[in-house]
Design a protein around this ligand. Structure first.
Ligand code: ADP
Length: 475
């Protein structure tokens, strides 16, 4: 096509437009410049030589030969050739610079995008898992691999997974690499923590400048360091929180045990030391009776938690109807119905295989909580229905609700809502025990709640057969 263009210029000037040789030379020069910008130097040089030959053959006397009679024309031809080649070189240099600038801009965009992707993740485990894919994605590499010296772990993304055999090879590279290094198809970047080698990142099927490769290596190292540092902080905070919960638990147990003990002691002392009439005597004995029941319950709850914790509860599964379970739970906590209207919406013929005494405990706990944490007089609704292949039993109240930040915590052992810590009595063990029991039945317990509007606790259990198993650990 370039030669056709050359031929066209020659034809136009030779046949139709009879202009002087300078105009012809300038037109050819312009043509060569255009080609140089479009197709590069090498091509422009070839065309320059061809154009010089045509210029000589058609426009410099004697016409129709490659010989030149006049020395001035020799000079003109040489100047033409030199100008066209120098101009082509300049235009090639400009083109290279423009290409380089756009490549740099692209690489900067890659780095920016990568830094955004990597610094968003806070968990080290998920960062490591997603890192190769993120790098492959933004660099458009064919394959990416992250190798960590610690544990010889490999995370990869893209085509062409590596085999175990290559691991020792990676280990060697990771230890010795201090700078990004490249071969035709592969870029290797060190991953370090300060000066300590941590691993390496390898990309295949991508061309990067050395600076960008080093920057990507640096970015990946910082992202991993950052995620691990954040995790360490979180772990430290979790340990502190655990410690706080432990002391709260001791406070709670001491308080809970002391209250009934104080009442029993007070009533007994009064009975022993003073003359009391029959009516007061009966009242004091009732206090002793009730409070020892409470004490008994507290102690058995503590024992039960410890047993569940140690996975020592053997469950006895039998076929039970959901209505039967709910009725038994209502009998166990009769006081709830003294203060609240209980609305029941129980589908007929719902049955499952479960340990009845344990499930009754769960429903009783939910009913008692609903009553404890809602104003007296408000209704409590118990619903049971088939849901998919399973059964859903929910207890809904119109009480104080649970703060969204606490909804995940209330199932933890000894956790008591901030609002309740000093209010309604309790040990913070009820929901933890309930969750352990439900999970041991292969089910789940969930809560939806809105502060000041009420809460709904739902127990989701698999319907039909459930295999007996030891109760799972309370977490
Ligand atoms: P306890 O009732 O002894 O404190 P639980 O494990 O049964 O212990 O409950 C843990 C916490 O969950 C309670 O302290 C309370 O803050 C919150 N909670 C449980 N049920 C409800 C409910 N129905 N409404 C509002 N808060 C609740």
């Amino acid at each position: 096509m370039a030669f056709a263009g050359l031929a066209a210029i020659v034809l136009v000037y030779k046949r139709w437009l009879h202009v002087n040789t300078t105009t012809v030379a300038l037109t050819l020069l312009l043509f060569i410049l255009l080609l140089a910008t479009e197709w590069g130097l090498r091509f422009a040089v070839v065309i320059s030589v061809a154009a010089a030959a045509c210029y000589n053959f058609f426009f410099l006397p004697p016409f129709g030969t490659f010989t030149i009679s006049d020395t001035e024309n020799w000079l003109a031809l040489l100047v033409f050739l030199a100008t066209s080649i120098i101009a082509s070189r300049l235009s090639q240099a400009a083109r290279d610079e423009a290409d380089e600038a756009s490549a740099r801009q692209h690489e900067l965009e890659v780095l920016f995008q990568l830094s955004r992707d990597l610094l968003q993740t806070e968990s080290a485990a998920s960062l490591l898992r997603s890192l190769p894919a993120a790098v492959v994605d933004v660099t458009a590499a064919r394959y990416g691999l992250l190798y960590l010296l610690e544990g010889g772990r490999v995370f990869q993304a893209g085509d062409g997974m590596v085999s175990e055999v290559e691991l020792p090879h990676f280990q060697q590279i990771a230890i010795s690499l201090t700078q990004a290094s490249m071969t035709a198809d592969e870029v290797q970047m060190p991953v370090r923590s300060g000066v300590r080698p941590k691993g390496m990142l390898l990309l295949r099927g991508v061309v990067l400048s050395l600076e960008t490769a080093n920057a990507i290596g640096g970015l990946v190292s910082i992202a991993i360091d950052r995620a691990q540092a954040l995790e360490n902080v979180a772990r430290g905070e979790a340990a502190k929180e655990n410690e706080r919960l432990r002391s709260l638990m001791i406070d709670s147990i001491t308080h809970e045990l002391r209250t009934p003990l104080t009442s029993i002691k007070g009533a007994a002392t009064t009975l022993l030391e003073s003359e009391v009439n029959a009516e007061d005597r009966h009242e004091l004995l009732s206090i002793i009776d009730e409070e020892s029941d409470r004490l008994n319950r507290l102690v058995s709850e503590a024992v039960e938690t410890a047993q569940l914790d140690a996975q020592k509860v053997q469950m006895h599964f039998e076929r039970v109807t959901v209505r039967g379970l709910i009725d038994e739970a209502r009998d166990t906590c009769g006081w709830v119905e003294e203060n609240h209207e209980l609305r029941l919406q129980i589908a007929e013929d719902l049955w499952l295989r479960a340990d009845p005494s344990l499930l009754v405990k769960v429903i009783t706990n939910l009913l008692e909580n609903a009553a404890k944490y809602s104003p007296s007089g408000t209704p409590i609704t118990v619903t049971a229905e088939a849901q998919g292949a399973g059964i859903a039993i929910s207890v809904a109240d119109r009480g104080i609700g649970i703060d969204p930040t606490e909804q995940g915590l209330i199932f933890e052992r000894f956790y008591r809502g901030r609002l309740q810590a000093s209010g309604a009595s309790g040990t913070g063990m009820g929901l933890a025990i309930s969750r352990a029991i439900v999970e041991a039945h292969g089910g789940r317990i969930i809560v939806t709640s809105q502060l000041e509007h009420g809460s709904v606790f739902t127990v989701l259990l698999p319907g039909g057969e459930a295999s007996p198993q030891v109760a799972s650990r309370i977490r």
